[in-house]
Design a binder for this molecule. Structure first.
Ligand code: SF4
Length: 354
């Protein structure tokens, strides 16, 4: 493949590139050139600020009827390692978040076989009544699809009810790679690519914004990654409902999928290509959790402008055995050492505390 002669001009001018051109970036352009372009584009959008959010993961249950091949988190209902948190247990976690200066809970769970709409409405209204200052960023598109199907509701009906009960925004988890062949292979029974996108589009139409993710570095090809990013970019053109894109790598660890993990080179290259290709996303998040804090610091110069969250009590990736942890102090230190300005943000990427 030859790189179109005007590609570097297009990128430097901030013009949109095609999927074919994105593939050429992956295959033909060296990492440092990509980093330079991605950094320039990021600088124009976000100047020298690198943001982060203080939040707490709350996995209200790990009971799940599915068996995704990359998942070390799920448990069968009634198994000794399963849990279903009570409201009191959830309150305790929120109290800890508030003590740490946090603003958001990221609440996700397995595809529980028995929890019906009432369970989710009670959970949301309980939290909203007791902690109105906390933003509830909850329920990934596959969870929402599962609940809608279980309760025989349309996405619109379900999301409207959840919004009324206190849902503020939705995390873009469970996208993996938006390609049904890959989804059937990795996560049989999970919502399809079209359903994932439809849940997001419906949420955006109802004024519920969210993030979009991509889990890469498993059985997908580079073409699949670009197709995934293109589907998100196309939806973003229609709704402007995504506030960030979060590419993160598959972590083999204790998961049933026996593959080698992605190296730093591929991670940085994918991050940079996403900054260049996804021109309608202001925020591209760096994954310190899967890459470690040192590579996350380098990723600041490869298109990333957000360090994500401090993830008090992250369970899903950690259940694979990954041991990366951080604190607000450490995040601020690595951002400052890289010559950038750390800023705490809220769920909606608005900066807090001048
Ligand atoms: S990734 Fe989510 S849906 Fe898949 S098995 Fe794990 S908990 Fe269930």
């Amino acid at each position: 493949m030859t790189i179109p002669s005007n590609l570097s001009h297009k990128i430097e001018a901030g013009e949109r590139i095609s999927s074919e051109e994105a593939l050429a970036l992956f295959k033909e352009v060296d990492l440092m050139t990509l980093g330079q372009w991605a950094n320039q584009l990021n600088q124009r959008k976000n100047q020298d600020v690198i943001s982060y959010v203080v939040d707490r993961n709350i996995n209200y249950t790990n009971v799940c009827v599915l068996r995704c091949k990359f998942c070390a988190f799920r448990a069968d209902k009634g198994a000794t390692n399963s849990w279903e948190h009570t409201h009191a247990e959830i309150d305790e976690k929120i109290e800890e978040l508030l003590k740490a200066g946090g603003t958001q809970i990221l609440m996700q769970g397995g595809h529980h076989p028995d929890f019906k709409l009432d369970y989710y409405l009670n959970l949301l209204s309980h939290i909203k009544a007791k902690y109105p200052q906390v933003t509830i960023h909850a329920f990934s598109p596959p969870e929402l699809h599962h609940i809608a199907r279980l309760c025989k509701l349309s996405y619109q009906q379900l999301l409207s009810e959840l919004k009324k009960a206190g849902l503020d925004s939705i995390p873009g988890g469970g996208a993996e790679i938006l390609n049904d062949k890959i989804r059937r292979e990795l996560s049989a029974g999970k919502c399809s690519a079209a359903q994932w996108l439809e849940v997001c589009e419906t949420a955006h139409q109802l004024g519920i914004q969210g993030s979009a993710t991509m889990m890469f570095g498993h059985i997908e090809t580079l073409e699949d990654r670009i197709q995934h990013m293109n589907l998100l970019r196309t939806l973003q053109d229609r709704t402007q409902g995504f506030f960030a894109f979060i590419p993160w790598t598959f972590v083999p660890g204790n998961s049933p999928l026996n593959l080698a993990s992605v190296g730093g080179h591929d991670y940085l290259k994918t991050l940079a290509v996403s900054r260049i290709f996804m021109d309608n996303f202001k925020n591209i998040q760096i994954s310190w959790l899967t890459q470690g804090i040192k590579l996350a610091q380098v990723a600041i110069y490869f298109g990333g402008n957000d360090m994500g969250s401090t993830l008090l009590e992250e369970n899903v990736v950690r259940s694979t055995g990954v041991g990366n942890k951080t604190t607000v102090d450490e995040l601020c230190r690595v951002i400052t050492q890289a010559g950038k300005i750390p800023r705490q943000r809220n769920t909606f990427y608005q900066y807090l505390h001048n």
